[in-house]
Design a protein around this ligand. Structure first.
Ligand SMILES: [Zn+2]
Length: 405
């Protein structure tokens, strides 16, 4: 499957540069200097997410939020600038008139310029073009993008392991988030808000870069099962909201429509010509031939949102297509009857775990290069030396986190 939405970055940037990690003396760059040298910071503690100071907090009530509070508070909403893909979609819609002189890279450059120059909605409350998400979702997103994913990317360490390594590393991150979802879902005191923070953050980072290696892993069957399971994860959370009376127009989940639109974009990106492996029955072939419809969860999502009167809106690419999708699906999809596990998450998750998990568990840390021994890293490094410095190795041992922008 070709990597969709993987347009080359026009300018490398410090995406999410608003993160305020506690820099230590060990702060340094990883590996020998290269063209695209990563910026690596050793963040203050294992509670790295807690260090994230998100968008401009000055003067707000949560200025005194401590790490532990943030960890346990999936309720406060904060505003960020829209992700690069959304900024590009808006810009291109406005400026691309089909003329030959349209600069495809321009929007990406502008996004970086605004964000790195702190001119965007992350830092300026008067900007009205931002997106909101729960504070904890933002922390999850930052962890995924600056720690979990880059720590599994050999390029970032000047290493080579094997061709699909970064893709399978990304898969491991995805699985860790699904496992976390499953854990919260089944925990006695697992909060629906907590489930929501997982979906808010994932919806954002799975459609954003750097997801390209993930789309190219050589196990298509596993990819499809994953694409399908991810959507059923969303449906499962929505069903729980529904049973709690929160799947509605004026839901207490303020970003409900936006997150649904993000996941609709995910369906748009992930859909293909393969029949959903988690569809138990043959799917209605009279529904249009749009690729995303091959994911059963996407048909369900459109139908569920329609029934609940929740608009799927806020993502430019989706806003342009949603009416068309809805009209194709309308009246043709029957949702499973209402019950606790309405979308059979348990069975579906088990099926995946049985097939790809180890000892009943999915995900893990096998691909996390920073957790390897120095010898193992050195073996795969281009120059046969551990890309991490002595200080970095010591900092990691002391429980610090390498944050890679
Ligand atoms: Zn920003």
């Amino acid at each position: 499957m070709p990597p969709k939405g993987s347009k080359k970055r026009a300018a490398d940037t410090e995406a999410g540069a608003q993160s305020k990690s506690t820099k230590t003396d060990a702060s340094t760059t990883a590996g020998p200097s290269t063209e695209r040298e990563p910026i690596v910071e050793v963040a203050g503690s294992n509670d790295q997410a807690a260090e994230i100071d998100g968008p401009d907090d000055s003067g707000s009530d949560d200025a005194d939020m401590t790490g532990e509070k943030i960890k346990n508070d999936p309720y406060t909403y904060i505003v960020n600038c829209p992700p690069r893909f959304e900024f590009e979609a808006r810009y291109n819609k406005e400026h691309d008139d089909g003329g030959e002189d349209f600069d495809e890279e321009k929007a990406s450059e502008l996004w970086a310029e605004e964000h790195n120059g702190r001119k965007c909605a992350c830092f300026n409350k008067e900007r009205t073009d931002g997106w909101s998400m729960m504070r904890k979702a933002f922390a999850r997103k930052m962890d995924a993008e600056t720690i979990e994913i880059p720590h599994r990317d050999p390029d970032r360490f000047d290493m080579y392991v094997y061709n699909d390594f970064a893709g399978y590393g990304y898969q491991e991150v995805i699985e860790n988030h699904m496992a976390e979802f499953n854990k919260v879902l089944n925990a006695k005191d697992g909060k629906t808000e907590e489930l929501w923070t997982i979906l808010e953050s994932m919806g954002w980072w799975i459609v954003d870069e750097p997801n390209a290696p993930w789309h190219m892993i050589d196990d298509g069957e596993r990819s499809w099962l994953t694409y399908s399971l991810l959507g059923f994860m969303l449906l499962t959370a929505l069903n729980r909201m529904d049973t709690e009376g929160d799947l509605k127009t004026d839901s207490k989940y303020k970003d409900l429509s936006l997150v649904l639109a993000l996941w609709a974009k995910a369906a748009d990106d992930l859909g293909g010509d393969v029949v959903d492996p988690l569809a138990s029955k043959k799917m209605d072939s009279t529904i249009g031939d749009y690729a995303g419809f091959n994911l059963l969860w996407f048909r369900y999502l459109l139908t569920l949102a329609k029934e609940a009167n929740v608009p799927i809106t806020g993502v430019t690419d989706v806003d342009d297509k949603i009416d068309g999708w809805n009209s194709q699906v309308e009246g043709k999809v029957t949702l499973p009857p209402k019950r606790v596990d309405r979308f059979d998450w348990k069975a579906k998750y088990q099926l995946y775990t049985k097939k790809y998990g180890k000892a009943g568990k999915i995900g893990g840390e096998a691909f996390q290069i920073t957790k390897w021994t120095r010898q193992k890293r050195a073996k795969h490094a281009f120059d046969k030396k551990d890309p991490l410095t002595d200080d970095q190795v010591k900092a990691l041992k002391d429980g610090m986190v390498l944050q890679m922008m």
